[in-house]
Design a binder for this molecule. Structure first.
Ligand code: ATR
Length: 275
């Protein structure tokens, strides 16, 4: 029997999830489809009831519904509880189970390039929603986090949250301080790149080989990543985060290994115009 999947959000027109998942179904020989639906905030409850009534096996949830959907679900996985947000829903025995693969997807993309152990020093720039998801996903690993944010109170709050959950985090004033020379990895999560504003910090003094991450992929190579490249750093954009949150959602739905390379090829091909 054909299974149905979707992604809901607002806006949703540019979502690449259908392309990625459909390529996966084809590669795995599954009978399934994946659609995208624009759902306005005021229609979220109705949309959830509709997807359930129509027998959708599962769906992804994106901005602005990741937190708002929680009251409409029957149960949350530990990952969703920890994140306080849901990006994946599964219909099981007529109950809706909310899950979160954003954090695990980020970790999987990072692990392709960096071993997360031995007290590696990771600096996170920003303390907004995206930074919080990343910091909490890194908390169970043996890494030292340094949070830097324009508004120091938010950085302090996030560092405290990480420590309360058993992780290691400190907070520095906006700017790198001594950290720039010590960091094994820098993760840029602020919305500066998206807004095309100039970055208020320089990478002067960074260790060659340091892994520099920007969590967006449009532009494919942000000015931050471009300048990291000139300093002999490794660079990583956000496309693999999108890939692996999708891969992990697939594996949650099908309880089977996802055809990662087929999904990656489709996603990268769809990004050709911006690469
Ligand atoms: P998101 O969910 O995408 O992380 P957010 O929660 O609004 O969005 O957080 C945006 C992040 O970008 C914050 O860390 C913000 O810093 P403040 O906490 O000081 O607001 C950061 N940010 C956005 N524009 C910035 C700018 N021009 N300079 C420095 N930081 C900026």
């Amino acid at each position: 029997m054909e299974k149905h999947f979707a992604v809901i959000g607002d806006p949703i027109a540019h979502s690449l999830s259908p392309i990625m998942h459909q390529a996966g179904y084809k590669a795995a020989g599954y009978e399934a489809d994946y659609q995208k639906f624009e759902v306005k905030p005021e229609a979220l409850g109705e949309a959830v009831r509709g997807l359930k009534a129509l027998g959708f096996t599962g769906w992804n949830v994106t901005v602005p519904h990741k937190e708002a959907i929680i009251p409409y679900l029957d149960e949350l996985t530990v990952e969703a509880q920890r994140a306080g947000a849901v990006n994946t829903v599964k219909l099981m025995h007529n109950r809706l189970l909310g899950h979160n693969t954003d954090g695990s997807g980020f970790i999987r993309s990072l692990k392709d390039h960096l071993e997360l152990d031995k007290g590696k020093k990771i600096a996170i720039l920003g303390a907004g929603g995206a930074a919080k998801g990343i910091a909490m996903a890194l908390t169970p690993f043996n890494v030292q986090l340094m949070i830097l944010n324009r508004t120091p109170e938010r950085a302090a709050e996030l560092a405290q949250r990480v420590c309360e959950q058993g992780g290691q985090a400190t907070q520095e004033a906006w700017g790198w301080g001594e950290w720039i020379a010590q960091a094994d990895c820098l993760i840029q999560t602020t919305s500066i790149g998206l807004k095309n504003e100039p970055y208020p910090f320089s990478l002067e003094g960074i260790r060659p080989g340091c892994l520099v991450v920007d969590i967006i992929f449009n532009p494919w190579e942000t000015p931050f990543l471009k300048s990291a490249k000139t300093m002999d750093c490794q660079v990583l954009n956000g496309i693999d985060m999108l890939l692996y949150q999708g891969v992990n959602a697939w594996e949650f739905w099908f309880e089977d290994q996802a055809p990662v390379e087929a999904m990656r090829r489709a996603l990268y091909a769809a990004c050709k115009p911006i690469r």
